[in-house]
Design a protein around this ligand. Structure first.
Ligand code: 0YR
Ligand code: MG
Length: 373
């Protein structure tokens, strides 16, 4: 098989409600810059990244794919994923400006498209190809899409009740990082009271807190039986995370802002993370995601992927990996795919279509595609 053309795209898909916020970001659309790789066999593979739908920035990712990576891919055999990954990652002019950020997000989209092709060529859903098991294990879903920081306390409470008491979810995540942490605590307490014990309740500060704030408030969150605190501190600050882990009981989750296997290894070696959250759209694709998940497993750390792809790919990689028992649920773009990621009775339904779950519908492209220039 040979790659005969490389077709970048950008979709902007509206989020639930008008606008969502966490402690660092506000957005109205999820950005989906990606690529379709066409082959001479007639099969094509699709991969994409996840962004905050800022068109000039998404065009940098699509531009990297079209102008830097495409010439390295044309004529190549898409089955040689590791070779192609290294060819692009180590392409000297790209490596000089890259290794993280835009170039890495572009490589991630390409890598996912290559895995999609590999699974399609094998006629299997990716999770089956990766796990070599016919039976899917259970994969629990927790819902993030009701706990945004810009929602009123009553709304957050009502959403958490609906998810857990009517829709079957056994876990919910709440954003924290209000100017006064006492307000965060009151929101978490109200949700805990509404959902009762026995339901997983996670909180996510998206990197906002100074170490002192975390040291002061984590014990009080722990009293509310918070399952993990996610990104309590600035993303890159390994010593601060290590100190928090040493001085607090609460498990720390992180990874959605880490770009490489080496970043994860540094955190893991420092004892600075408990729930490891690799993301195929931030790391460069399934290839690097699996390296991180394997590393976490070697250290007996659970993996709970962050879903920059909004579940489609991570549903496959998580079902295939023994370190994964739980996955985030945010339904913003699921309607764009031929086989949308689906939750039933609180667990994800194993996908059946061959591929990585990334095949877009014609309607989605028509409705949400943005001009590339
Ligand atoms: C906005 N999930 C997250 C939203 C999410 C963000 O960027 O998508 O809160 O990436 O932290 O755990
Ligand atoms: Mg997060």
């Amino acid at each position: 098989m040979q790659i005969v053309s490389v077709e970048p795209f950008i979709l902007h898909v509206p989020v639930t409600g008008q606008e969502i916020a966490d402690s660092m970001h506000r957005l109205t659309h999820w950005g989906v810059p990606g690529v379709i790789l066409h082959t001479d066999s007639g099969l094509s593979g699709c991969g994409y990244s996840g962004t905050h739908a800022h068109l000039p920035t998404d065009r940098l990712i699509a531009g990297f794919i079209a102008q830097t990576a495409a010439p390295l891919l044309l004529g190549e055999d898409p089955a040689r994923i590791e070779h192609l990954w290294k060819k692009i990652y180590h392409f000297p002019p790209a490596q000089w400006v890259g290794r993280a950020g835009i170039t890495h997000l572009g490589l991630g989209a390409i890598d996912v498209a290559l895995w999609d092709l590999r699974a399609k060529a094998a006629g299997k859903p990716l999770w089956q190809l990766m796990s070599a098991q016919a039976e899917a294990p259970k994969l629990e879903a927790y819902n993030t899409d009701g706990g945004w920081l810009n929602l009123a306390r009553e709304t957050v409470v009502a959403n958490a009740k609906r998810f857990t008491q009517e829709e079957g979810f056994r876990g919910v995540k709440l954003k924290i990082g209000k100017p006064d942490p006492a307000e965060d605590l009151a929101r978490v307490a109200a949700v805990r009271k509404a959902i009762g014990p026995g339901v997983k309740l996670m909180v996510d500060a998206n990197g906002k807190w100074p170490l002192q704030t975390a040291l002061e408030w984590c014990p009080r969150l722990r009293e509310l039986d918070v399952y993990w605190i996610e990104e309590p501190l600035w993303y890159d600050d390994i010593p601060a995370h290590a100190e928090l882990a040493a001085r607090s009981e609460i498990p720390v989750a992180l990874g959605e802002q880490l770009y490489s296997f080496h970043d994860f290894r540094n955190f893991i070696r420092a004892g600075a993370v408990r729930f490891v959250q690799p993301d195929v759209t931030r790391l460069a694709g399934v290839t690097e995601w699996k390296q991180v998940a394997d590393l976490a497993a070697e250290h007996d750390l659970p993996v709970a992927a962050h879903v920059g792809d909004m579940m489609q790919v991570h549903l496959h990689t998580s079902l295939a990996h023994p370190a994964c028992a739980i996955l985030e649920y945010i339904p913003w773009i699921r309607r764009c795919f031929t086989e949308p990621a689906t939750v039933q009775d609180g667990d994800f339904v194993p996908p059946q279509e061959p591929g990585a779950g990334t095949t877009l519908t014609a309607e989605a492209i028509e409705k949400f595609a943005q001009p590339l220039q």
